[in-house]
Design a protein around this ligand. Structure first.
Ligand code: BG6
Length: 508
């Protein structure tokens, strides 16, 4: 591209694939996601010189904006990002267009088709199109149908459909939505988003496991005694009460993000590093996973809700006092579940998943605890107890991995002490990894579905939690929501889920 970029070329040592010419059509372009994530990610790709010059974004929403209003609105909302790169923005924003569209109005789709042809001619995008549904989930099915009806998804080589989360609200609705979108486009045209899969360290789970020979022999029930998967957030419900009240932590985080981390941690090695072999293995392991006690799901699920908390300087209001939340709400803002996987590799190993809002620390990680040493040679001498080896994959913040093992403590005695051997992305590579949406948009535009969830994976993930979701409907009294102080590690009842098995949650 001819623009003079104020930023240096930032791709450095990275191996990046070049995105082919195309138009990205964003439905819901006036919504939050467009200016918070999508346009910043596209601008980042532009700065990394990964967008071809034959590229356009067509924003679509109901508001009667013009191209110019769309460009100016984005420029205002992205000011902090644009400020260091004004010339680059100038050049990039020439590729932004806008068309008022209501997906429910057939006449609008006809006009959209004509506008796309015009954009194609103007920007030489060659009829290649990625349609991004960033609209209310209630419109995913009808949106896909409308695009197919207008013939806009007819060419499987040149048209793709990206669908934001949540994909369904339970097993039945996910199946139904899959039926609709699969009747509108072929599976290889459909890109279901789970932004956790685009985090560098989540992808690193596969590289650690399958590019090294030291981990895989140990990665099974013979050597691993338990696994904890955590996604703790310090933010509360923010301005999303109307969505969150209907969703809660289990649907918002566990069914998708945490279950995807579980799948990558436990899947078998794929036959080839290609989308379908990888997605086959993920789907297979999710089909073998189950709640520890699906007949009595309340015994392996703990729900919590944040009460007030925080500090004098930063007081935090309780969930029930958040704007838009029902003062008697029983929606969970914290949830912990215990799962088992019925296959040869994992039989009997408990997997504990937890997530919560307003917790003590922002932290996502996968922690594998190894079996106890068969004999404790050194404990008798010192009266001490050695700790189990642990391997922790840190997803965020501070991305990396830590291996914990015992060493001799200095001195004349033979006392052992646990130490941590640490790998940090930032220290090793000197740059933070891309924001998830950069990778996600690039892959969708490249037509690479590896990091997107296939229909059978999504359905298997919903099926896993169906006993809880059904139980909540039929006997909610069996799934009480326990209050926890905002800014802590969740309700005390959640500790019991592990203490029954003689374990403790990690509190890094
Ligand atoms: C989203 C959830 O999918 O993930 C949010 O809807 C949550 O509630 C967010 O805050 C967490 O993502 P990240 O990337 O900040 O860990």
């Amino acid at each position: 591209m001819a623009a003079t970029l104020t930023n240096p070329l930032r791709i450095g040592l990275r191996q990046e694939r070049v995105i082919p010419p195309q138009c990205l059509i964003i439905f819901g372009a006036s919504g939050d996601l467009t200016h918070r994530k999508l346009i910043p990610a596209l601008f980042e790709l532009f700065l990394q010189r990964r967008l071809p010059s034959e590229f356009a974004v067509l924003g679509c929403a109901r508001r009667p904006w013009s191209d110019e209003v769309f460009r100016q609105t984005m420029a205002q909302r992205l000011q902090p990002i644009i400020a260091p790169n004004p010339q680059a923005w100038e050049f990039f924003s020439q590729g932004l267009f806008y068309e008022p569209v209501d997906l429910q109005q057939p006449g609008h789709l006809e006009r959209l088709g004509q506008r796309l042809e015009q954009v194609d001619r103007l920007r030489a995008t060659r009829g290649a199109r990625t349609f991004y549904l960033s609209v209310s989930p209630a419109f995913y099915g009808s949106g896909a149908r409308a695009l197919a009806g207008a013939g806009l998804l007819a060419d499987p080589q040149r048209s793709r459909l990206v669908i934001e989360k949540p994909f369904g609200t339970d097993y039945a609705s996910a199946q139904q939505l899959n039926r609709v979108v699969k009747s509108s486009a072929q599976e290889n045209q459909i890109f279901r988003i789970d932004h956790y899969l685009c985090k560098e360290t989540v992808q690193n789970i596969m590289v650690l496991r399958f590019a090294n020979s030291i981990f895989e022999p140990l990665w099974n029930r013979n050597h691993i005694s338990s696994v904890q998967i955590t996604a703790a957030e310090t933010v509360g419900v923010e301005q999303r009460a109307s969505y969150y009240e209907q969703s809660g932590a289990l649907k918002d985080m566990v069914q998708n993000h945490l279950t995807q981390m579980l799948a990558l941690t436990t899947m078998e090695p794929p036959g080839r590093f290609e989308p379908e072999p990888i997605r086959n293995e993920k789907a297979k392991v999710l089909q073998a996973a189950r709640l520890a006690n699906p007949e009595q799901p309340w015994t392996c699920c703990v729900r919590g809700q944040y009460g007030s908390g925080g500090t004098a300087e930063r007081p935090l209001v309780s969930y029930r006092n958040e704007p838009g939340v029902n003062p008697n709400s029983t929606t969970e803002t914290y949830v912990a579940v215990k799962l088992l996987i019925d296959n040869w590799r994992w039989q009997g190993v408990p997997f504990y998943l937890r997530t919560g809002k307003h917790m003590a620390k922002r932290l996502s990680e996968v922690a594998l605890t190894f079996r106890d040493a068969p004999v404790h040679l050194f404990d008798a001498a010192t009266g001490g107890v050695s700790s189990n080896n642990q391997f922790v994959i840190r997803i965020q913040p501070d991305e990396g991995a830590t291996f914990r093992f015992e060493v001799k403590a200095p001195g004349s005695g033979m006392r052992s002490r646990p130490i941590a051997m640490d790998f940090s992305y930032l220290d090793s590579f000197g740059e933070p990894s891309d924001e998830g949406y950069v990778r996600l948009l690039a892959d969708a535009m490249l037509g690479d579905p590896t990091l997107f969830t296939r229909s059978d994976e999504v359905e298997a993930a919903w099926r896993l939690y169906t006993p809880i979701l059904e139980g909540l409907k039929q006997s909610p009294e069996k799934f009480p929501v326990h209050s926890y102080e905002a800014g802590t590690w969740g309700p005390a009842e959640s500790d019991e889920l592990l203490s029954r098995d003689g374990l403790l949650w990690r509190r890094p």
